[in-house]
Write a protein of this length. Sequence first.
Length: 222
Amino acid sequence: MALKQALLAEFLGTTLLLATVVGSGIMGVNLSQGNDAIALLANAAATGTALYVLIVLFGPISGAHFNPVVTLAMRVRGDIDTRTALAYVAVQIIGAVIGVLLAHAMFAMPLIQPGIHARTGGAQWLSESVATFGLLLTILLGLRHRARAVPMLVASYIFAAYWFTASTSFANPAVTLARSLTQTFAGIRPQDVVGFVAAQLLGALLALLVMTAFQPQGAEAK
């Protein structure tokens, strides 16, 4: 039952996260009258706020990963086993796709819209590596030093990363795949997904390597 509850939490959390990302992008564009800065601000604020709420609500049930690279990190740490990790990733992807469809339905739009926004090239890939690297460090160091602050830390980091990265910080393979199904403000072309996911995995692996430098030593490790 515990695993079923955890999978349901990951599914619901990822679904609501994507509904927020895409839905707030649609609303932001509708209300901003063509001002991309205002649309991005609305998108970032809604996503960061939703992340805080979702992590607080679902963290005690599943850990509130909502992201395959976070699940990968937790598997490497030994916090979950391989079977659980694979199940998490599966429901995260399904939930992300359903979240996009839900956002489209709420705004009376075609449910599936292959993405048309070009997001490719070295600057975009570097941005995704940096965004994912920072997100993983925020989570892993936060869990070690300020576990109760992790929801706010993650929400704050993602809000900032929307603005300081050229890619607007997807930092999540499930999110990236799902966003290839929308032509809205939050979309990405399907052919650009592989490059984004590769960059995200690289950022995650670098974060895990850096974390080894922060391993407790001596008496602290006991």
